[in-house]
Design a protein around this ligand. Structure first.
Ligand code: PRT
Ligand code: MG
Length: 214
């Protein structure tokens, strides 16, 4: 396709993406939030949006099915980032990647004693690196959601998950014990597209970047 395809996800990231699109001069012809369409036209003949799962955005961009996308750093770290440029931190959908445990669990003590921890998470790569860096032995258990449940029912000693307000942890009698890294969403670009479609892409990239610093 000669035009430009932008991969977006609904949900959390989208609310904060809309003003960035506007700054780049792009107005969807219908709201990606309420529409059931997966391909949505814009005010620009040569620009279309595709609506995909948050964790699938890097895959669409990596293979060039989309030229450009917006994805959380959490998702990018698990994906690996192959074939992607990540030129702009959009500073949206911010939160923290954290280790959390049940209220009554003495995490520091377990770590000091060299206990082997069972850790449930969707973020295997991030978790593996984090605990390896601390020299803590872990058995990682892959989950796809609702990680907060795992310590409550004896599936795991700890979880690695995203925390924003901390309400979800509190409501489930869990506590954050360690911050792994701050998370925000990035603009990502297919490396081949950037070379082949630079003239069309650069103004969009600049539009997004200026909206961030503004
Ligand atoms: O739902 P789907 O499978 O399509 O994908 P997704 O769940 O990854 O998408 P979505 O829209 O929920 O999240 C998209 C992106 O938003 C993530 O990849 C993050 O980069 C970013 N983000 C920012 C968050 C949060 N903040 C966040 N708080 N993603 C998830 N959460 C969850 C967290 O996992 C926990 O369950 O919210 C809960 C904690 O929130 P608090 O406020 O109670 O602390
Ligand atoms: Mg979700």
């Amino acid at each position: 396709m000669s035009g430009i395809t932008i991969a977006l996800s609904k949900g959390r990231i989208f609310d904060e993406t809309a003003p960035l699109l506007e700054a780049a001069g792009i107005a969807p012809v219908e709201s990606p939030e309420s529409s059931r369409r997966l391909i949505i036209g814009t005010n620009r003949q040569d620009v279309r949006l595709i609506v995909v799962r948050a964790s699938d955005v890097p895959t669409y961009v990596q293979y060039g099915a989309a030229d450009l996308g917006i994805a959380g750093k959490d998702v990018l770290l698990e994906h690996g980032g192959e074939g992607l440029y990540q030129p702009v931190d959009l500073n949206i959908a911010r939160c923290r990647m954290m280790v959390a445990v049940a209220d009554g669990f003495d995490y520091e003590r377990a770590v000091r004693q060299g206990a082997r921890l069972r850790v449930a998470t969707k973020y295997l790569r991030v978790a593996r690196e984090h605990f390896a860096g601390k020299g803590v032995h872990v058995d990682l258990i892959k989950l796809y959601g609702s990680m907060e449940l795992a310590p409550l029912v004896g599936l795991a000693d700890a979880i690695v998950d995203l925390v924003d307000t901390g309400n979800t942890l509190r409501e489930n009698n869990l506590k954050p014990v360690e911050e792994i890294m701050p998370i925000s969403s990035r603009l990502i670009i297919n490396q081949a597209s950037l070379k082949l479609k630079r003239a069309a892409l650069q103004p969009l990239i600049d539009g997004f970047a200026s909206a961030v610093t503004a």
